[in-house]
Design a protein around this ligand. Structure first.
Ligand code: DON
Length: 306
C-alpha cells in the first residue's frame, strides 16, 4: 500500500505538539540560549521532489553539528581514503565534547562527528582550501539550490568566547601532530561552521544526495561517489547521535545527525530526507521532540534501513 507521508507527518506533528515538551535549551553558547524553546518544525522531501512541512519548517535555526556532515562530505571527496589516517570511524560511546579517549588513541578522534573529529576536518579544510568558509558555504548553497545560506557571526563569536573545551582538544591533538594549523584558526573555522543557519526545508533538500547514492536529485550532479555516500550513511547511523547513537538506531532505524540547535536530519536511502527542529535537548544533547517525532514517524511508516 502506498504511504501518505504528508498525512503521517501531520499526524505525528499533532501528537507530539500535544504532549509535554521536555529537556533544556543549551546555555553554554549564550547566543543560542535566547531561542524560543517552543519552536517546532518538520519538513519531508523525497527524491521525486515532493516536499511539505509542518509548523516552523521555514524558519532558520542554528544547524550546529549537522554542518559536520557537509564538512565531512566536502573533505572526503577531495582526500579520498587517506582521510581515515587522521580520523577513525568508530562510535565513541561518549559525549560530543569529551576529551577522555584522545590520549589513549594518540590524538586520533574516534569519528568525524564528535567535536575532536570535526576539528581535524576543519584543520584539513584549512590545508586544502584557499578560502574554506566561502568554499563550504558555496558547497551547501549548491546542494540546497539556494544562495540565502549564511554564517551567524553573533553565534560564531559567542561560541568562540566559550570554546575552552574545544581549544583544549585542539591543542591536545596538536601535541600528537594531528592538527597542522594554529589551533585558534581551527577553532575560528569550527565555530563558523556550527553557526550556519538553515530551515528544515533547506536541510531536507540539501541532504538528498545521501539518499540518492551521492547524486543531487535535480540535475544529477555527483557530489560523492555512491560508495562514499554509503560510508557516510554508515557513520551517521553509528556515530550521528554520540552516546545516543545506539538508541536512535534502535528507536528510529535511519542514518541521521543532530545538532545542539535542536535540529535532526534523518535519511531513508533511495527515498527521502526528513528534518525536525525543536530546541529543547535531552540529557545527551539531542532534540527531545526531534527524537520523539522520528521514533513515531518510523513506527507509523514501518520504514527503516533494517
Ligand atoms: O562544539 C560545540 O559545542 C557546538 N558548537 C556543536 C556541538 C553540537 O551541535 C553537538 N550536537 N549535538
Amino acid at each position: 500500500m502506498k504511504l501518505d507521508y504528508q498525512k503521517i507527518t501531520s499526524k505525528v506533528y499533532a501528537d507530539i505538539i500535544a504532549k509535554e515538551n521536555h529537556g533544556k535549551v543549551p546555555d553554554y553558547i549564550p547566543e543560542l540560549a535566547c531561542i524560543d524553546e517552543n519552536k517546532f518544525g518538520v519538513n519531508f522531501t523525497d527524491l521525486k521532489h515532493n516536499s511539505f512541512g509542518c509548523g516552523d519548517s521555514e524558519e532558520k535555526f542554528s544547524i550546529q553539528s549537522i554542518s559536520k556532515v557537509f564538512a565531512l562530505s566536502f573533505v572526503y571527496e577531495k582526500l579520498e581514503e587517506k582521510l581515515w589516517e587522521r580520523v577513525d570511524v568508530e562510535p565513541s560511546g561518549s559525549a560530543f565534547n569529551s576529551l577522555i579517549q584522545l590520549e589513549a588513541d594518540n590524538g586520533i578522534p574516534r569519528n568525524p562527528f564528535i567535536n575532536a573529529g570535526a576539528l581535524v576536518i576543519c584543520d584539513i579544510l584549512l590545508e586544502i582550501c584557499n578560502n574554506p568558509k566561502e568554499e563550504l558555504l558555496s558547497f551547501i548553497r549548491n546542494l540546497t539550490e539556494d544562495e540565502e545560506i549564511f554564517f551567524n557571526e553573533k553565534v560564531a563569536s559567542s561560541e568562540m568566547q566559550n570554546s575552552f573545551r574545544n581549544a583544549a582538544m585542539c591543542n591536545f591533538m596538536k601535541s600528537f601532530g594531528n592538527i597542522k594549523n594554529k589551533p585558534d584558526s581551527v577553532i575560528e573555522l569550527y565555530c563558523h561552521l556550527c553557526s550556519i543557519e538553515m530551515t528544515c526545508k533547506q536541510l531536507s533538500k540539501s541532504f538528498l544526495y545521501l539518499a540518492n547514492e551521492g547524486k543531487k536529485p535535480s540535475g544529477g550532479m555527483q557530489i560523492l561517489s555512491s560508495s562514499k555516500a554509503k560510508r557516510i550513511n554508515a557513520i551517521l547511523l553509528t556515530c550521528g547521535f554520540y552516546d545516543e547513537s545506539g538508541e536512535f538506531s534502535f528507536l528510529v532505524g535511519l542514518p541521521g545527525k543532530s545538532g545542539v540547535g535542536g535540529g535532526i536530519i534523518a535519511i531513508y536511502p533511495q527515498h527521502y530526507c526528513i528534518t525536525v527542529w525543536s530546541p529543547k535537548l535531552n540529557e545527551k544533547g539531542n532534540s527531545y521532540r526531534g527524537m520523539k517525532f522520528l521514533e513515531e514517524f518510523t513506527t507509523l511508516t514501518g520504514e527503516s534501513i533494517f
